[in-house]
Design a protein around this ligand. Structure first.
Ligand code: COA
Length: 260
């Protein structure tokens, strides 16, 4: 499939997915969401891709939200389908067994913030601005904002952001733990690629099983989560890379992983 709203570049063992509607500040319309779903479906079958970076085209915006022009036309029935479709795409990203890094290069508002919340790791540039301004449109978030944001920060702060629509800058997002690091705009993609390279070099089965186990923290209670972790731990012990990693340690040499 030829993408019209995304740019997908395959680098050495990781992919960069760029949302590419800079004239609309990379707002998410139906096309972008369909293409994101297709891009992640493709990536899931590409064995040589072990990590993904998502970013936005241009110097101003990661994603400035769902496309307000599209939302405005929705009736009540269509709006439910619209929200469920966006949620399914973001859940697919969150449940990806290949780590997804959001490189947030500007506005991350509404659906853009929700996209960032569904990624496994978030870093941003100094000009990043985060917010859930749906309330100012007479709306509520529909792509998971009311569910994921309170799982990332305190419920009190999440409620404030969701109820006031206030926007927070990169420094505040860092202080809340919403992003891991803040870089200059020029540095951001390089830093994201360094992180993607580091993760891609780790044994893929161990990386996948960390993500599956982290998924259990979202989907289950502690005891079920511990049971999932024990199962994944045992399965990881059956991998070639486990033999290699532990042998290399005991033999005082560098491991050579084959991602099996
Ligand atoms: N949906 C549709 N179009 C959007 C958009 C969105 N969420 N965000 C920005 N755009 C479009 C603008 O309509 C404008 O298009 P035009 O040039 O055809 O008029 C273009 O992107 C540039 O935006 P503009 O508002 O001129 O840029 P700005 O720098 O003055 O302001 C923002 C940037 C992000 C503050 C402002 O665009 C904004 O508030 N966007 C909406 C954010 C939002 O509420 N998101 C949640 C949606 S549920």
């Amino acid at each position: 499939m030829e993408f019209t709203t995304l740019k997908v570049e395959q680098k050495n063992h990781y992919s960069i997915v760029t949302i590419n509607r800079p004239d609309k500040l990379n707002a998410l319309n139906n096309n972008v969401l369909s293409e994101l779903r297709q891009a992640f479906t493709n990536i899931s079958t590409q064995n040589d891709v072990r990590c993904v970076i998502i970013t936005g085209a241009g110097p101003k915006s990661f994603v400035a939200g769902a496309d307000i022009a599209e939302i405005q036309k929705l009736d009540v029935t269509e709006a439910k389908i619209f929200a469920e479709f966006g949620q399914s795409v973001f859940s697919m990203i969150e449940e990806s067994v290949k780590p997804v890094i959001a490189a947030i290069n500007g506005f991350a508002l509404g659906g853009g913030a929700e996209l960032a919340w569904s990624c496994h790791i978030r870093i941003c540039s100094e000009n990043a601005l985060f917010g859930q301004p749906e309330v100012d449109l007479g709306l509520i978030p529909g792509y998971g904002g009311t569910q994921r944001l309170p799982r990332l920060i305190s419920s009190s702060m999440a409620a404030q952001l969701l109820l006031t629509g206030e926007k927070i800058d990169a420094a505040k997002a860092l202080s809340l733990g919403l992003v891991n690091a803040v870089y200059t705009q020029e540095e951001l993609l390089t830093k994201a690629e360094e992180l993607a390279s580091r993760i891609s070099a780790k044994p893929a089965m161990a990386v996948q099983n960390v993500l599956k186990s982290l998924s259990a923290t979202r989907q289950t209670g502690l005891n079920e989560g511990l049971a999932v972790e024990a199962l994944l731990f045992s399965l990881t012990c059956g991998t070639e890379d486990f033999q290699e990693g532990t042998s290399a340690f005991l033999e005082k040499r560098k491991p050579v992983f084959h991602h099996k």
